[in-house]
Design a protein around this ligand. Structure first.
Ligand code: C2E
Ligand code: CA
Ligand code: CA
Length: 683
């Protein structure tokens, strides 16, 4: 080990607010101050004359320190995790100084945790200053005045920029940072920390001369030094070079966070990198905009020209866009033909102009190999501050705006309007609440009676899902079911529905001793899910129900996909003896001809055909009923609201009906009343 300096420390160490300790070369602790106890939980009694408990392998650590200290004489800084007495981890920068106290050789350690709070008096800070003097000789060191102008800098730091200290003195230290968007976030973060007189530690990229195209990275600790009256006199910063570590991290991140074709951040990378920026964004008088740019029909371009040309086109689009965009714009590439933009400085009008211009530029022909290709672009854009609370949410809204625009036509620029924003907020609110609704039993079922057309006799029910939310009130199934479907929550929800409705039917059958059926709506995802058949088998076994009393309603569009798996699934269900019904019949794209090949039992004719008959007396309704009967299916008319409608149905072969005319969806208690009285209630 290098020759040690004698350091007048013991009488001072107890009084100071900086957590400090002294470890002898044999590993035992001989000084441990109150601040260290506060930071790390261990008391003097725990540590004095014992090995330092805060590092995991002391012997190795000491050896590591010795080697480092040999390498950079006398002192060093390390940012490492330390062990708190309660078992948690404390991240702090340790300043380690080799020195001897009362002829004993060892190391003095001062810990500066991230966001270190207590203010230090000038006097106390002299200690650290003294300490720093020595550390200055081994690490990158810089001091600034309260305005951030450099007032002192060491040779190691100067070497990084290949300049003399005279060239750095007087400059603002932020100028040394690499001028990227990312760095402005760091600048902001440091300012916030320092404004509250906290010590800041983090990694910053500096525009050094060594690597011209890439910044080098310093792990920097910035300490505000206060006067006795509490004002900042100076900032002292120490750093060590972590460029190599950063480069490795970058390589790993690039794999996950970048689009490998264009090298731009992908969605994950964008959200990861700009989350902090978003969270710290100062909302006053400023807006953030996120826009998504979609190349219309990119898939078709890719398929018809091949992916080599498709890829080259994307690269050219990127290059052309980059030339046009202001430097402050973040340009990213979520996937395929979709690009993204984050505008941080422009006003709404400016953003709109930029998007228009960009759209215009990118719609000029591209020369890709020997082809001339023209694309059209649709753009969805959203701004913040708005009802949004996260960057992820902002992105989702831009996506929704894009889709909304595309519904109007390709080549649109759709901004999120106030109404849309409110609708999204409600949607997000509902999505969040949906997760809890099942667990907290906020769902319940209503049952709508179904009648025989000829005899008006009650033959069964359709179970309809209901959700009452404490704040939002009653939420209609047409609103939350599509969301649950998207969120893959529909399967557990609907499994609950099947079981609940089946139990209810079983109870009513035995209580009223009457043949009754129960229709249950099955969502497409549930129908396809792995667990569906098992659910059906379990119900059959557990409830000892005749499965043919349960009618599973599936939608016409699902059936019409007619893939082998769907037909096989229907056959499996039929083998279990459940009945299958096609709901909303006539609204999809089915051809009656295919119906022949499906193992279904029932058709539910959609209300639109009844309405059509009511308004224009069209024959369409009769034709559908007739065709259904021709295929030997049980035919049910939905949404009978009117006496005349029912009278008409009686003249057809229609088997059954449901509708407000006889009964609205009702609670189990109301149904029981109805079954008791055995008469049809009023709507
Ligand atoms: P659906 O399966 O077509 O259900 C019939 C809808 O028509 C019900 O609306 C019912 O209240 C309504 N209705 C019945 N008779 C009349 C009438 O005479 N006039 C009018 N105007 N409406 C009538 P609801 O309960 O709001 O359900 C809407 C849709 O939500 C259902 O359409 C169904 O697709 C879905 N749904 C409801 N419960 C479930 C469920 O448990 N699972 C799944 N996957 N979907 C469900
Ligand atoms: Ca239905
Ligand atoms: Ca229906």
């Amino acid at each position: 080990m290098a020759p040690l300096r004698d350091f007048p420390v013991n009488e001072f160490i107890d009084a100071i607010a900086v957590p400090c300790c002294y470890v002898a070369t044999d590993g035992s602790v001989s000084l441990w101050n109150q601040a260290a106890e506060r930071l790390l939980g261990w008391t003097q009694r725990d540590v004095l004359q014992h090995p330092l408990p805060i590092v995991h392998q002391l012997a190795q650590t000491l050896e590591g320190w010795s080697t480092q200290l040999l390498h950079r004489p006398y002192s060093t800084t390390v940012m490492t995790p330390f062990l708190h007495k309660d078992g948690t981890t404390v991240y702090a920068t340790a300043y380690i100084q080799a020195c001897s106290i009362e002829k004993q050789n060892g190391y003095l350690l001062a810990f500066l945790p991230k966001g270190f709070g207590p203010l230090m008096s000038n006097e106390q800070f002299n200690f650290l200053h003294h300490f720093q003097e020595m550390i200055k000789q081994s690490t990158h060191y810089l001091a600034t005045n309260d305005k951030g102008e450099i007032i002192d800098v060491n040779a190691i730091f100067c070497r990084l920029f290949d300049v003399t200290d005279q060239q750095l003195l007087g400059r603002n230290w932020f100028e040394l940072l690499d001028p990227s968007q990312e760095n402005r976030m760091i600048e902001n973060e440091v300012s916030v920390a320092l404004a509250t007189d906290k010590i800041w530690n983090g990694e910053v990229p500096v525009a050094c001369s060594k690597h011209t195209d890439k910044p080098c990275w310093l792990n920097l600790t910035v300490v505000p030094i206060l006067s006795d009256s509490g004002e900042v006199i100076q900032y002292t910063a120490f750093g060590f070079d972590v460029t190599e570590k950063k480069r490795l991290e970058q390589e790993v991140n690039d794999l996950a966070y970048r689009n490998d074709l264009t090298g731009l951040l992908n969605k994950k990378g964008f959200l990861h990198q700009y989350e902090d920026f978003f969270n710290q964004f100062d909302q006053q008088d400023r807006y953030l905009h996120v826009a998504l740019l979609d190349i219309d029909r990119f898939k078709i371009i890719n398929e018809s020209f091949g992916s080599r040309i498709g890829n080259e086109l994307l690269v050219q689009i990127k290059d052309r866009a980059v030339k046009l965009l202001p430097e402050s714009t973040v340009f990213f590439h979520p996937s395929g033909g979709l690009f993204g933009l984050l505008f941080t400085e422009e006003s709404k009008e400016e953003v709109f102009q930029l998007l228009r211009q960009l759209q215009h530029e990118l719609q000029r022909p591209f020369r890709v190999y020997h082809h001339s290709i023209m694309v059209s672009l649709s753009i969805g854009c959203v701004y913040y501050p708005s009802a949004t609370t996260s960057l992820d949410d902002l992105y989702t809204r831009a996506e929704s705006a894009l889709f909304k625009g595309k519904q109007i036509g390709v080549g649109t620029i759709q901004f999120v309007t106030k109404d849309m924003d409110a609708a999204f907020s409600r949607q997000i609110h509902i999505e969040k609440a949906l997760y809890k609704a099942l667990e907290e039993k906020h769902f319940y079922l209503e049952y709508q009676p179904k009648y025989n057309v000829k005899t008006d006799q009650l033959i069964g029910f359709e179970a309809l899902l209901r959700w009452h939310h404490a704040e939002l009130g009653q939420i209609p199934p047409a609103e939350f079911i599509p969301l649950a479907e998207e969120m893959a929550l529909i399967v557990p929800i609907n499994n609950w529905v099947i079981l609940e409705a089946a139990k209810q039917l079983k109870q009513w059958q035995s209580q009223f001793n009457q043949p009754l059926s129960m229709a249950i709506n099955i969502s497409p995802n549930q129908f396809r899910s792995e667990s569906f058949l098992n659910t059906l088998r379990n119900i059959k076994q557990q409830l000892m129900l005749d499965p043919s009393d349960l009618i599973l309603e599936i939608t016409e569009n699902l059936v019409m996909q007619q893939t082998d798996e769907i037909i096989e699934r229907m056959n499996q269900i039929k083998r279990l003896n459940y009945r299958l019904s096609i709901d909303d019949f006539g609204t999809g794209y089915s051809s009656l001809q295919y119906l022949k090949s499906f193992p279904v039992d029932e058709l539910k004719v959609d209300k639109v055909f009844l309405d059509d008959w009511m308004t224009s007396k069209s024959h369409l309704l009769d034709v559908i009923i007739h065709l259904g009967k021709g295929l030997n299916l049980h035919v049910v008319a939905e949404g009978v609201e009117d006496e005349a409608m029912l009278e008409h149905l009686k003249t057809t072969d229609c088997d059954a009906f449901q509708g407000f005319l006889f009964a609205k969806p009702s609670s189990p208690a109301q149904i029981e009343q109805l079954l008791h009285s055995k008469k049809t209630p009023d709507a």
